[in-house]
Design a protein around this ligand. Structure first.
Ligand SMILES: [Zn+2]
Ligand SMILES: [Zn+2]
Length: 402
């Protein structure tokens, strides 16, 4: 009996001791955990405050593409620059034919999958440079391109960086701030000279495509160049060719495009009611109706691709510059291509070297940058701007100012 009581007391004491010990452990753990939570909250708070001070606020307005003809201006966190990255306050973002296509189709196989930040032609001011960035500092004016090649694949090694297997694209220009990925910050972000307005510098990307398309057609002194299409890129290509001293024939549809083509240096403007007439009229502008030396298609339609082949002389060069919708096929006269010894090319995108050339052209003063920016609008008006562009107005590019 006595021993049973003693045992019970001993057991009881042990249980109490166990409970107390477990309790103490729990309290310790809670205190440690609590301290950690407080510390991490403080550090997070400090970082948020620092970030807010740096940018002036923690959220920004940005255009988010949700699908077909559905852009919404939303409040999203201001991006932060991780190692190697930049955050740029957008000074001007330009509308572009590619963005219009994306707006109309709701996606772009290679460049953008919704919901996503939108817009890719921009210039602005660096507000944050991530760890390890040496080329740029806060306050510097830059143009950040929409892509950068890997530098390591077969195509990059051959200097065809526009065809890089791992081309990195960046979108988000229609916003107050944009994050520039490390690779683009390192390879395809350029300082904007003081005398160049940011909205002119933002033309670097499309102009690089235009310069690439023109140079890739391998023009020779004295060549006559026909450019089909009076959109922003057609006009840019013809301006580049005219500035380089070539005789340019612009083939356009609308009166506004004809006026712009003349202003940008086209020697002749063909504004025919049908493709057959445009071919005849263009050929008539060359000796013995022989055809032009180079024809550059900048529409992105199969009829225009076929037209381009009919415009060139024997031994001439055709550049299918305008990308058509997926699955498009064309009918070409094989006899004409073979027996007239016609060179067919199709230039896509740009390379870092050509982007530098394009910015030099803009900064050089002869390039009429202002002629390409025919309107200004606030970020909130973006939907309206694209709807207007879909109606094929005389607007070339609109500068979106956030
Ligand atoms: Zn573009
Ligand atoms: Zn590559």
């Amino acid at each position: 009996m006595t021993s049973t009581v003693k045992d019970a007391i001993r057991r009881g004491r042990k249980t109490v001791e166990d409970v107390v010990e477990a309790g103490l452990n729990t309290v310790d753990a809670v205190v440690v955990k609590g301290r950690q939570t407080v510390e991490s909250a403080v550090s997070l708070g400090r970082r948020t405050v620092e970030h807010t001070l740096l940018h002036g606020r923690s959220t920004m307005k940005a255009a988010i593409l949700h699908g077909r003809e559905d852009i919404r201006i939303e409040h999203v966190p201001v991006p932060e620059a991780a190692a190697g990255e930049l955050v740029v306050r957008v000074g001007a973002a330009l509308t572009c034919g590619t963005d219009l296509k994306v707006f109309r189709r709701g996606y772009h196989a290679r460049m953008i999958v919704p919901p996503a930040l939108f817009g890719h032609e921009l210039a602005g001011t660096v507000v944050e440079a991530g760890e390890g960035v040496t080329g740029f500092a806060t306050g510097e004016r830059v143009v950040a391109l929409n892509s950068a090649p890997c530098g390591e694949c077969y195509f990059c090694a051959r200097g065809q960086e526009n065809l890089c297997d791992d081309l990195l694209f960046n979108n988000g220009a229609y916003a107050e701030f944009i994050r520039i990925p490390a690779r683009i910050a390192a390879k395809n972000t350029l300082h904007v000279p003081d005398h160049v307005p940011l909205e002119h510098a933002a033309l670097t990307e499309p102009l690089a495509c235009a310069v690439h398309g023109f140079e890739d057609s391998h023009p020779r002194a004295g060549d006559t160049v026909a450019v089909i299409g009076g959109g922003p890129l057609g006009l840019m290509i013809l301006h580049v060719a005219a500035l380089a001293g070539y005789e340019v024939i612009a083939i356009v549809r609308h009166d506004g495009q004809a006026d712009a083509a003349r202003q940008l240096g086209a020697a002749h403007v063909v504004q025919a009611t049908s493709i057959r007439k445009a071919i005849r009229e263009t050929r008539r502008l060359t000796p013995n109706d022989r055809g032009v030396d180079i024809a550059i298609e900048a529409v992105g339609a199969p009829e225009a691709w076929e037209e381009a082949v009919e415009l060139v002389r024997k031994g001439g060069t055709v550049n299918f510059f305008g990308g058509c919708a997926v699955g498009t096929h064309v009918n070409l006269d094989t006899n004409r291509i073979h027996y007239s010894d016609i060179t067919l090319r199709a230039t896509f995108h740009h390379t870092p070297a050509i982007c530098r050339k394009a910015l030099e052209l803009i900064a050089g003063g002869r390039f009429q940058a202002a002629a390409f920016i025919t309107g200004h609008a606030h970020l909130y008006e973006l939907n309206r701007v694209f709807e207007k562009l879909m109606k094929r107005s005389s607007e070339i590019k609109t500068a979106i100012v956030p």
